[in-house]
Design a protein around this ligand. Structure first.
Ligand code: SAM
Length: 284
């Protein structure tokens, strides 16, 4: 008998992946956590039935949520990751020799424990001495922080359940205050293809525009995310993401990446007209 995992991406669209084995299933205080061995994408983690990370395509997301900011400001030393329980973002950030400290605030310890057990190539830096891991709500953690971080990465779930508070004006304002004068904020910013996701993307972008002087959107192809076309937000107190990219400096680091490169960096911000219109008009 064939076993399939199916994610209902919208009321009218589903993604199904053939499953070899259902490796883990439990409910934390926050969400349902499952791990599957799939035929095509290696191991898959889902939260409340939604795709979070797969071994096969995680490199796209974790490259793009990390290296774009690191190529714009090579001086980044202190980083905050909100969410990111699978450890992939922390892994990429900690590859940079100039990083002095990373705080990671993940609300659900079960996600980290499951990542350590089933995704060793993604979670392998969660014990790094430069990393401080807090099992807390990122919304509460951010309050009252002032000029502490050079980079904040919001590696969250969608704006539902525990992730909802990470998409509010109040939270983005707290992030702005927590950033240093050269601060950059990166957030996973949903997708423009399906209306429910596009509306969230535009909503988040509109809020950020009221707080940060530089707010931009960039794109990547993540096959297991709804529509496979995914967006990220780049907000900064000072830097422009393409005019200020330090490509030579980044390339001299010699970091081997499977997806990101400094030419792709420029192209990632070249959005299709329909997507540009969403963000220019502030509606979908
Ligand atoms: N790559 C995934 C995506 O794009 O949907 C995100 C991966 S990561 C697993 C998302 C993490 O955000 C989850 O581990 C979840 O527990 C965490 N999270 C959700 N809401 C949170 C909150 N308010 N504070 C801290 N972490 C939160």
């Amino acid at each position: 008998m064939e076993l399939w995992y199916t994610e209902e991406q919208t009321d009218n669209v589903r993604l199904s992946l053939k499953v070899k084995q259902h490796l883990f299933s439990d409910h934390s205080d926050f969400q349902q956590v499952d791990v599957f061995e799939t035929a095509e994408y290696g191991r898959l983690m889902t939260l409340d039935g939604l795709v979070m990370v797969t071994e096969k395509d995680e490199f796209v997301y974790h490259d793009m949520i990390t290296h774009v900011a690191m190529a714009v400001n090579p001086e980044i030393k202190n980083v905050l990751i909100i969410g990111g329980g699978d450890g992939g973002t922390a892994r990429e950030v900690l590859r940079y020799p100039q990083i002095q400290h990373v705080d990671m605030v993940e609300i659900d310890k079960m996600v980290c424990d499951v990542a350590k057990e089933f995704f060793p190539t993604i979670s392998n830096e969660l014990e790094n001495p430069k990393l401080a891991l807090y099992y807390e709500d990122g919304v509460a953690y951010m309050k009252g922080k002032n000029s502490v971080y050079d980079l904040i990465i919001i590696d969250s779930t969608d704006p539902v359940g525990p992730g909802e508070g990470l998409f509010t004006t109040e939270f983005y304002t707290d992030c702005f205050n927590a950033l240093t004068e050269n601060g950059i904020l990166i957030n996973q910013n949903e997708s423009p293809v399906y209306e429910q996701f596009a509306k969230e993307a535009v909503r988040a972008n509109s809020k950020l525009k009221k707080i940060f002087p530089e707010v931009h959107v960039y794109q990547a192809q993540i096959p297991t995310y709804p529509s496979g076309y995914w967006l990220f937000g780049f907000a900064s107190k000072k830097f422009h993401p393409t005019k200020d990219v330090k490509a030579d400096v980044w390339n001299k680091l010699g970091l081997k990446t499977k997806y990101y490169n400094t030419e792709l960096h420029l192209g990632a911000f070249a959005l299709p007209n329909y997507v540009k219109e969403f963000f220019n008009n502030g509606n979908v």
